[in-house]
Design a protein around this ligand. Structure first.
Ligand SMILES: [Zn+2]
Length: 149
């Protein structure tokens, strides 16, 4: 009984991982970099973070007169943002280095932003311990996550 309940919570969270509201999806798709070609696997709380990152990458590529990179995935993994990209043609090494540092900065920030609502959050886990994410106190309570690891 207890085990089934935990399984259901994990399933719900995993499903919702791939769900971003239409409004937030539209906001991200405003960027040329993402425009209807990225399968977002994040929750609503990271929309602004990902938008800001995408915008910075776009501006950097514009300054450097480079093509925009292709985005492989944008997802939450082990309670941290994962943002993978590649270039179809070769670009100056410094451009890749700068993009990597922008991504690194966003990944670092993501570990303190609630994945559900964007408020200040911290690492939580589903009661069985098999799933981790970043959540604020309010959302953790609502979703019945184990608080403060
Ligand atoms: Zn929250």
């Amino acid at each position: 009984m207890e085990e089934n309940f935990e399984e259901r919570i994990i399933e719900t969270i995993q499903k919702s991982k791939s769900r971003l509201s239409e409004e937030n999806r539209a906001k991200l798709n405003e960027l040329e970099l993402f425009k209807n070609k990225v399968p977002y696997q994040i929750l609503n709380g990271w929309t602004d973070l990902v938008y800001e990152l995408g915008k910075n990458i776009e501006e950097l590529c514009k300054l450097a007169s480079c093509e925009l990179p292709q985005i492989e995935h944008i997802k939450s993994k082990y309670a941290s943002l994962r943002f993978d990209y590649y270039f179809n043609s070769s670009v100056p090494r410094i451009v890749e280095k700068l993009i990597d540092s922008l991504i690194y900065e966003a990944e670092d920030k993501s570990e303190r932003i609630c994945e559900y609502c964007g408020a200040d959050g911290e690492l939580r886990e589903v009661k069985s311990g098999s799933w981790r994410l970043v959540s604020c106190d309010k959302c953790a309570k609502e979703k019945d996550l184990k608080c403060k690891m």
